[in-house]
Design a protein around this ligand. Structure first.
Ligand SMILES: Cc1ncc(C[n+]2csc(CCOP(=O)(O)OP(=O)(O)O)c2C)c(N)n1
Length: 329
């Protein structure tokens, strides 16, 4: 299946929004953390995992979803959240720990929850696999057409939770799609050193579902295969596993010295940056002009600027709120 012009431009716009959002977050994150890098300092305290380079995965999948469909996302969630359509201002405010954020600033960047578009994520890897099955089961039992997507990294697939959820999805024929972002690294551990098979799509056979591997971080191929899988799920034909080769252009988290990367890897990845590649393809296909794409980029930038200003200007929650709305013994 091929994207229409509108879908193509939507994917480009979401990829650019995510990239611009992270460029500015990256800058602000470093404020107040020098000379000695201390994660607790600055306007954005805590860990920060950037998803730049991985945008095609999010847009190729989420182009087929609506607000009723469910996404459970990862600790590296910005691209997935933006593609699912979460409120950018509330997301920025949550990242800054402000009371106008989705969870009043308690969650931070790994815990973005937007009930309006059924988006959730977690700092616990593979955590979303079970809840995605639950969301899919509820839609199946109510005879609703919705689907659930569980995003996870190639490192997370070695967690038991993934295998238990895959089995249940297969046994109950659930409308769920598992999407593995294969960026080759689980922190500093290579896929080769952590995983018994070269490609996780083969694992689908063990759970009675089809499996696909998509190479080259290609938003068009992702759109195609994900679209078929999501249609299959909506038609009551059950779950699918998709693993996607993607590129983590940044470190695992901000502050990562990335000494584990082979020499030249980063340069090679930047040469394959998916955003300029998609831009060239859109123009070569005659889908839009440079001017059209510049206008999309300007709009993305102004949405991001507005969201960041909203977050900056919002108040921090008072200390006295620390124990409200949380489980406390
Ligand atoms: C259950 C659990 N174990 C360990 C961790 C620590 N941890 C955080 S990210 C990560 C690696 C994840 O790698 P991958 O799933 O490939 O995702 P990526 O970071 O590459 O996006 C680990 C082990 C965790 N968050 N949760």
């Amino acid at each position: 299946m091929e994207p229409t012009k509108d879908q193509t431009l939507w994917m480009y716009q979401k990829m650019v929004t995510s990239r611009r959002f992270e460029e500015i977050i990256e800058k602000i994150y470093l404020e107040g953390k020098t000379p000695a890098f201390n994660m607790a300092n600055g306007p954005i305290p805590g860990e920060m995992h950037l998803s730049n380079g991985q945008e095609p995965v999010a847009v190729g999948v989420c182009a087929h979803l609506n607000a009723d469909d469910v996404v459970t996302a990862t600790h590296r969630p910005h691209h997935q959240a933006i593609a699912k359509g979460v409120d950018l201002k509330k997301m920025a405010a949550e990242i800054f720990g402000k009371k106008t954020g989705f969870s009043g600033g308690r969650g931070g960047h790994m815990h973005i929850f937007d009930p309006d578009v059924n988006f959730a994520c977690s700092g616990i890897i593979a955590q979303g696999c079970g809840p995605a099955c639950g969301a899919a089961l509820s839609r199946q039992m109510q005879g609703k057409p919705g689907v659930a997507i569980s995003f996870l990294g190639e490192g997370a697939v070695n967690q038991g939770a993934f295998h238990e959820a895959m089995n249940l999805a297969g046994v109950w024929n659930l409308p769920v799609v598992f999407v593995i972002e294969d960026n080759a690294w689980g922190i500093s551990v290579s896929k080769e050193d952590s995983t018994a098979v070269a490609r996780n799509d083969v694992r689908a056979a063990a759970y009675g579902m089809p499996g696909f591997y998509i190479e080259n971080n290609d938003p068009y191929a992702i759109f195609d295969i994900a679209g078929e899988a999501i249609k299959r799920a909506r038609d009551g034909k059950g779950p699918t596993l998709i693993e996607i080769e993607t590129y983590r252009l940044a470190g695992h988290f901000m502050g990562d010295a990335e000494g584990y990367r082979p020499e030249g890897e980063k340069d090679a990845l930047f040469k394959k940056d998916p955003i300029p590649r998609m831009r060239s393809r859109i123009i070569a296909d005659g889908v839009a002009t440079d001017e059209d794409l510049d206008a999309i980029e300007r709009k993305a930038q102004s949405q991001v600027d507005e969201a960041i200003a909203f977050a900056r200007e919002s108040d921090l929650a008072p200390d006295t709120d620390a124990l409200t709305s949380v489980f406390a013994a």
